[in-house]
Each structure stands twice: as structure tokens, then as C-alpha cells.
Design a protein around this ligand. Structure first.
Ligand SMILES: [Zn+2]
Length: 417
């Protein structure tokens, strides 16, 4: 048994933080948690003490949008010029970096062929250490659509259905569809790629199999189509239109209200790209969607080799965009767990849940930036020793500084003290 003494514990349910808490861990599970005087703390042999009395302990973070294994390079065509073996190797390295950053579960939104399934198999056999991997495998896309080189091209309702079924057979936990263009060069982010009927091919199959469906939407038309087709999560939600000058952005309050009314979750609204025009409209979208009452998840869309583990920065940006630190935390703990149907297992520090825990060096409810100061990572009751490879941590720290400078320069969001 392990006994973790916590200076502060934030359990991820939304309840106030507990001072001087104790967490008991037996095997992979949380046996008990509460104030020190309320928990029956066993003594004697076989009890391992973990001292986090100067730290804040909280649930391991959940990144709702990541691509662990896209290969090395600075744009998609370059990254996918590599072999599947190369993609898998980058996945191995990236998965470890993400875990080091305190992210114990990720939703991977797809790469080529079977690469992420192979990554999960290796993790399950203990060859490598990774966060829990919730996988789409590949993203379904139209002929010539965003990520067409990942080999899940489908046109028409029947082909989309068949491809979704194929992915589920291979081990997909959820279905991901590209409903507009994206960063793939021959595609147009401002235009929808699928009809509502085609999109229904994916949601019908996913829901019939008891799974969820996520959809990539930069174009406003794609967002409208996705809401109609019954998707569970909209990714990016950029509100781009083909008319008008670059970038073609117009935030649509009426569309935001439709999303809220349909109860569709929205994810990866604010990103960490060093592009002032994009950052500006992403902040506008974030604030507008919040005003409309849309429920949000936190995803990083980390995809470059070693620039992995940016979720704490994303949460910081969400707070700059108007969320309370508690709201931001919940969007990366209990809310995504619930959205994935894994709330019986992960997402909170509660009796009976898996012991996926992190300790950080200060209270993130007082300053969200403390989330980037991970000092302990536990996954399934096992402490993960920090990997000696520090490249990702350094890269993320350096990148975060540049993002903050850009935000300050362009007066985006609110200022943190
Ligand atoms: Zn993505």
C-alpha cells in the first residue's frame, strides 16, 4: 500500500480543495482519500510513504486531442514521408514526454495505418511507458481530404459506414472524421468536406457500437453539418468561411447557440500556435462559445516531435480566456473522463478510481501556471520516474514563453498576475 500525504488535494469533482489530505493507494486503485484526521491510515510493513506535503495533488490530466505519432518534420507532407516504423518511434518518444508532463490519459485523434494501435499494444505489454491511450486509429476523410495519406479515405454514406466499422474492428475507441479541410496542403480549411448524410455514416456506426464520434471542423459549414449529424465532440470549431479576405473568420453566435442547445462538446478551441491572427480569432471563439453556454474540453493538438505536453499551457490560455482555474481543471479531468464514458475509472481522486495522480509545486487554483511544475506522476498506482530525456520539457517551456509574449503584445485575453 502507498500513503500519499498532500499539502493540498484537488479531487477533480469540482469540490473545494482539501488541505492536509491523505490518499491511500492499494494496487492500481485509490482505497481512500480525505483530510488526514478522517482517514484511517495504516502503519507498519508494506506501507510506502510518499511525501507530497509541500505540494498539490490532483488527478492525472487528460488531453482530449493529441497526435502522438505523426513523425518528425515541420509540416504534414514532410512528417508522413516517413515509414510507419518511423512514425511509431516518434510515438514512443512522444508518449513518454506527455506522461512526464503529468498527462496520464490522451485521446489520440489519428495517424496512419495501425501505428497508434501498435503503440498501445507495446504499452500494454510493458515494453514502453505511455499515458492511457484512447484511440481513433485513423481519421476518416474524403478523397483528397485533410489527412488523406493516413489511409482512411471514404466517400458517400456507405463507404463512411464501412470505414468506421473497420476502424472499430481494429480497436478504435472512438471515430474521428475530417469534416473540413485542414493543414494538409491541398485542402481548404474554410470549406466543408462531407455532406450531413456522409457524416451520419460515422455517427450511426459509432453510436450503434456504444462509442463516441469526434469531428474536425474549421469551416462554419462543417460545424453546422456536424451538429446536424449528431457528433459528440467538435474539434477546433474555428468559424471560417470561404468568402472574405484571409483568414475568413466570423464568429457566429447563432451557431454557437445551436452547439450549446444540441449538447455537443467543443474541444481544442484555443491553440498554442505562434500566429497572432489565428490566436486572436481563437480567443474570440473561445469567449463567444463560453458566452453561448457551450461545454468545453481541453485538448492540445500536440503533434510535433518533442513539442509534447502543452496541455498545462492550453489550460493557462483557457483561464486567460475567462475560465476560472477550477473550470479549466475540470475540462482536463472529470469532464473528458465522463465524455469518454471512463468516469467510473479515471478523472477524479475518489475511492475506487484508478490511482492516476500528479503532484505539482503550488496550488493551480491560485495560479494555473503551477500545472506546468509536475513533480510526481503516478499512473495506475505506479510512480513513473521522470525520463532522463528533457528535450520536450525544455521545448514546451521555451514555446510557452513565446506564446505568452505574443499574447501580451496583442493584448489577448486577461492578464494573469
Ligand atoms: Zn488534430
Amino acid at each position: 500500500m502507498k500513503i500519499i500525504t498532500c499539502g493540498t488535494c484537488i479531487d477533480g469533482t469540482g469540490a473545494p480543495a482539501i488541505k492536509n489530505a491523505v490518499i491511500l493507494v492499494e494496487g492500481s486503485k485509490i482505497l481512500d482519500v480525505g483530510e488526514e484526521r478522517e482517514v484511517d491510515v495504516p502503519r507498519g510493513r508494506g506501507v510506502e510513504k510518499i511525501d507530497c506535503s509541500t505540494m498539490t495533488v490532483l488527478p492525472g490530466l487528460i488531453d482530449s486531442h493529441i497526435h502522438l505519432a505523426l513523425g518528425a518534420g515541420s509540416f504534414y507532407e514532410e512528417m508522413f514521408a516517413h515509414s510507419d516504423a518511423h512514425l511509431l518511434l516518434t510515438g514512443v518518444v512522444n508518449a513518454r514526454s506527455v506522461l512526464d508532463a503529468g498527462i496520464t490519459t490522451v485521446k489520440d485523434l489519428g495517424t496512419r495505418n495501425r501505428v497508434t494501435f501498435d503503440l498501445r499494444e507495446a504499452s500494454a505489454t510493458g515494453i514502453i511507458q505511455t499515458p492511457r491511450l484512447i484511440l481513433s486509429g485513423r481519421a476518416i476523410t474524403m478523397t483528397g481530404g485533410h489527412f488523406y495519406f493516413c489511409n482512411a479515405v471514404a466517400d458517400g454514406y456507405e463507404e463512411v459506414r464501412k470505414t468506421a466499422r473497420r476502424l472499430i474492428t481494429e480497436g478504435a475507441d472512438f471515430i474521428k472524421v475530417m469534416a473540413s479541410g485542414g493543414g494538409t496542403r491541398i485542402t481548404d480549411r474554410r470549406r466543408a468536406s462531407y455532406s450531413v448524410e456522409e457524416l451520419r455514416g460515422a455517427t450511426d456506426v459509432a453510436h450503434n457500437a456504444g462509442k463516441t464520434a469526434a469531428v474536425h471542423c474549421h469551416a462554419t459549414q462543417a460545424i453546422l453539418n456536424a451538429v446536424d449529424a449528431g457528433f459528440d465532440v467538435i474539434e477546433h470549431c474555428s468559424f471560417l468561411e470561404p468568402e472574405g479576405k484571409y483568414p475568413g473568420h466570423t464568429f457566429r453566435e447563432d451557431v454557437a447557440k445551436e452547439i450549446a442547445k444540441a449538447g455537443v462538446l467543443v474541444d481544442h478551441i484555443i491553440h498554442t500556435k505562434l500566429d497572432p491572427i489565428e490566436l486572436e480569432y481563437k480567443f474570440e471563439n473561445f469567449m463567444g462559445l463560453r458566452r453561448a453556454g457551450v461545454q468545453m474540453l481541453a485538448g492540445s493538438d500536440d503533434l510535433f516531435l518533442d513539442l509534447m505536453g502543452q496541455l498545462p499551457l492550453v489550460l493557462e490560455l483557457m483561464v486567460r480566456g475567462g475560465m476560472t482555474p477550477m473550470e479549466a481543471l475540470l475540462s482536463a479531468t472529470s469532464k473528458p473522463a465522463e465524455a469518454m464514458g471512463l468516469d467510473g475509472l479515471i478523472g477524479t481522486v475518489e475511492k475506487g478510481k484508478e490511482a492516476d495522480l500528479i503532484a505539482v509545486k503550488g496550488n493551480p487554483l491560485e495560479d494555473i501556471r503551477f500545472l506546468a511544475s509536475t513533480a510526481l506522476v503516478m499512473k495506475g498506482g505506479k510512480v513513473i520516474p521522470p525520463s532522463p530525456r528533457k528535450i520536450a520539457k525544455d521545448k514546451v517551456t521555451e514555446h510557452a514563453k513565446k506564446v505568452r509574449d505574443l499574447i501580451e503584445e496583442h493584448s489577448l485575453g486577461r492578464v494573469l498576475d
